[in-house]
Design a protein around this ligand. Structure first.
Ligand code: SF4
Length: 417
């Protein structure tokens, strides 16, 4: 039986992937690592070097900015349309959402919203809805970080819209957190971050930078964000981080925009695994309007299904839910999703009945019904020590999802019971 030799383009891809995975490598290391004829591999390395996709460094061959771009190139040409997005500007859901992202809510999100400002203004971004902007001082960012560390986190991520707009204050915040809390610190920001600020952040002890991956080509970037701005800067920042040994990690940005094929969305999200080999969590979100939910919910099953099918089994897929209008479309794709992160928490009017929250309470309810048999709401509330009003909404939600049923005013365990 003969195995066919890899084509030139396949070999190129393997060499680029090996460099993305292991970092700078010598010719010999590449020949050992990449499957294929050693002579052909060596020739391909020379060709990639001559085309400017690789460059020799004192640590071996490394990917250039062009090399990173080539690694992310789509498998085929897609047709994109840059369609406008109109977000709802008023209403209780939008108000609740703005309270959370402006830090005015009791509900705190996992990451720190250090500023609501951004210099990109992507067309889908809900930070475009903010009128009175909020910027935290370095001391306030430290305080937010301290709360999270006291709650058990060993890592804090300074996010927002784009915290690099805070300039020197961001550097000071990173320094303060590293000095006083000694935890891992990441910054999630936009691609227009200046490289001299990156240098200062790196010196301050920043552990990694997190960027949204909004497009593999200029056309895709423009269709997703609504503008070309940021595309070149993105790749410059990626190349800078690799050159200077600062870890750079990516989130999948948004999917489900009008004008973008579902396959292109799924492929773009999956490209992150090529840029960050070994990544175990893939985060991407549907484009969501806090008042109306995902803009194109009908696209989501296909996009999420494609990502799930093609991602390795051990990769966790994660999306955020930003309002009660979003839970149903996300619930519809739950078989493809491992985790839904709740943005509103107690600010959400659906909180007590939401399928993505209250997991511990649901488990306690199921345990109680399984072990003690059917019981009414009053009895359950007494046993679990929760208010009847909150419990009732959670029970109705569980009933709707087929976890429990009501018989003669008493709740019974449904699954396997
Ligand atoms: S409570 Fe549920 S519906 Fe509300 S924002 Fe959180 S996850 Fe979404």
């Amino acid at each position: 039986m003969t195995s066919s030799a890899p084509s030139g383009s396949e070999l190129r891809r393997r060499i680029l992937e090996a460099l993305a995975e292991r970092g700078p490598s010598s010719r010999r290391e590449l020949m050992d690592r990449v499957r294929g004829n050693r002579g052909l591999i060596s020739r391909e390395i020379n060709a990639l070097r001559d085309e400017g996709l690789l460059e020799p460094t004192d640590r071996g061959f490394a990917l250039t900015e062009e090399g990173w771009r080539a690694l992310a190139r789509p498998s085929r040409e897609y047709e994109y349309r840059n369609r406008p997005v109109r977000l709802t500007r008023g209403g209780p859901e939008v108000e609740a959402f703005l309270r959370v992202i402006r830090g005015e809510s009791k509900s705190r999100t996992g990451s720190i919203v250090a500023t609501t400002r951004c210099d990109m203004r992507c067309k889908f971004c809900y930070y475009n809805l903010v009128r009175d902007h909020v910027d935290l001082t370095p001391e306030e960012i430290l305080e937010e970080a301290r709360r999270r560390v006291e709650a058990g986190n060993r890592e804090v991520v300074i996010q927002g819209a784009s915290p690099h707009t805070l300039g020197a204050d961001l550097v000071e915040a990173v320094e303060l957190i590293k000095d006083e809390l000694n935890v891992t610190v990441g910054v999630g920001t936009g691609p227009l971050i200046p490289t001299d600020l990156l240098e200062d952040l790196r010196r301050a002890g920043l552990d990694y930078l997190k960027l949204s991956f909004s497009g593999r080509t200029r056309e895709e970037w423009r269709a997703v964000t609504g503008r070309s701005r940021g595309f070149d800067e993105f790749w410059e920042v990626v190349a800078w981080c690799h050159r200077h040994g600062l870890e750079v990690t990516f989130v999948g940005g948004v999917v489900g925009l009008p004008g973008i094929p579902e396959e292109a969305d799924a492929e773009r999200v999956l490209t992150i695994l090529r840029l960050n080999p070994g990544k175990t969590v893939l985060q991407f979100n549907p484009v969501q309007d806090p008042a109306r939910g995902p803009l194109r919910p009908e696209k989501l099953p296909r996009i999420y299904g494609l990502v799930r099918d093609r991602a390795p089994d051990d990769v966790i897929l994660k999306s955020c839910c930003v309002s009660p209008a979003s839970w149903r479309p996300l619930y519809e794709v739950r078989e493809h999703l491992d985790k839904v992160v709740c943005m509103l928490g107690l600010e959400c009017r659906e909180y007590d009945g939401c399928p993505f929250t209250g997991r511990i309470l649901e488990q306690r309810i199921l345990n109680e019904l399984y072990e003690r048999g059917p019981m009414d709401t009053r009895e359950l509330a007494r046993r679990l020590r929760v208010s009847r009003r909150r419990l009732h909404r959670r029970l109705r939600s569980m009933e709707e999802r087929g976890l429990i049923a009501r018989r003669n005013d008493r709740w019974v365990y449904e699954r396997g019971g």
